[in-house]
Design a protein around this ligand. Structure first.
Ligand SMILES: C[S@@+](CC[C@H](N)C(=O)[O-])C[C@H]1O[C@@H](n2cnc3c(N)ncnc32)[C@H](O)[C@@H]1O
Length: 308
């Protein structure tokens, strides 16, 4: 391990990490370790040489939600695209019995409230993170997760402006007495702010590779509405990957919300694995601006250090 120091995560946190990153006991563990990078806090490092194109690991989300544009076109659990045939245009659907069963707990909670005004508010304001908070809250209330499940992830320092702009609590308050969030004392405004500050810099936009002509047309229509993605999701291990404007790892989605992390080139043992959070084709100034405004940091990757 030449470039990193192993990280002393608490036992409980390590358990959470391994549970959520779909390392099957029958398969060998992925060739990675979490350590401290020299310029970006915690990071993920290779424990052996990794070949170009190698699948490093897969990851299941802690929390995910379809985009409002895709709400009735993808599985409400795994975000798999569904056939439009025989679809009731306003019904949430699952792709399989397995997804339906897996969603039972949180879906029962969600069904207790009418979310239409909340969705309308998010659509008008162009908000996606409150949908993830809604799903997480439902999972907490149904007992799937403890309220602090995201605490291990790095938070963003939220300005008052950012919090009030996306104040799910304010919107939910207007829904009246059937409020989910006030049912449980643990889901307070403080909980909401902590969760939002983590979701903002750790969530991924789930997009599939371009498919049929119909897909292209609907994604063009969705782009006009500002949200072409199938949905958004937060993962545990992928959230520990730092950013690089010349990344050595790619995160992709093939058919559902399960993420695949693949090596873009040969990686040596001890090297840090980094993904790209933004469109790397932008010039230096634009990349710095997007990373500062969107993720709250000045990029110190090698490409940025040489102002390329
Ligand atoms: C998704 S987290 C990555 C994991 C994080 N390092 C941790 O300790 O949890 C994103 C945060 O990592 C840091 N980071 C990631 N890539 C960076 C880079 N290229 N330069 C500087 N900081 C970076 C920033 O603080 C950023 O807000």
């Amino acid at each position: 391990m030449s470039h990193c120091r192993r990280l002393g995560l608490g036992f409980q946190k390590l358990q959470t990490l391994s549970f959520l990153s779909s390392f099957s006991a029958s398969k060998s563990p992925p060739p990675i370790v979490v350590g401290i990078s020299h310029s970006a806090g915690r990071g993920v490092f290779a424990t052996r040489r990794i070949d170009a194109g190698e699948l490093i690991h897969t990851a299941e989300p802690i929390v995910s939600h379809p985009s409002l544009y895709s709400l009735y076109d993808v599985c409400y659990c795994c975000l798999r695209k569904l056939s439009k045939q025989n679809a009731n245009s306003n019904a949430l659907r699952f792709c399989s019995k397995q997804c339906e069963n897996q969603s039972n707990n949180f879906f029962e909670v969600e069904k207790k409230a009418d979310w239409s005004r909340f969705h309308k508010y998010c659509r008008i304001q162009g908000l996606k993170y409150p949908l993830l908070v809604k799903r997480l809250a439902s999972k907490v209330i149904s007992g799937v997760f403890s309220p602090g499940v995201l605490d291990i992830l790095q938070p963003e320092m939220l300005s008052v402006e950012k919090i009030s702009l996306v104040s799910i609590l304010r919107v939910l308050n207007s829904l009246g007495k059937r409020l989910l969030f006030y049912d449980l004392l643990v889901l307070t405004e403080e909980w909401y702010t902590g969760v939002l500050s983590r979701i903002r810099i750790n969530s991924f936009r789930v997009e599939y590779p371009g498919g049929s002509y119909d897909d292209l047309i609907s994604s063009a229509a969705a782009s006009v509405e500002g949200e072409a993605a199938a949905g958004n999701a937060v993962y545990m291990l992928p959230s520990l990957y730092n950013h690089d404007c010349d990344p050595n790892v790619n995160i992709i989605w093939v058919e559902n919300v399960d993420a695949k992390l693949k090596a873009l080139r040969e990686i040596q043992a001890g090297e840090e694995l980094r993904i790209c959070y933004i469109d790397a084709s932008m010039d230096y100034e634009a990349r710095q601006t997007v990373l500062l405004e969107g993720f709250g940091f000045r990029c110190k990757c090698l490409r940025c250090m040489s102002k390329d």
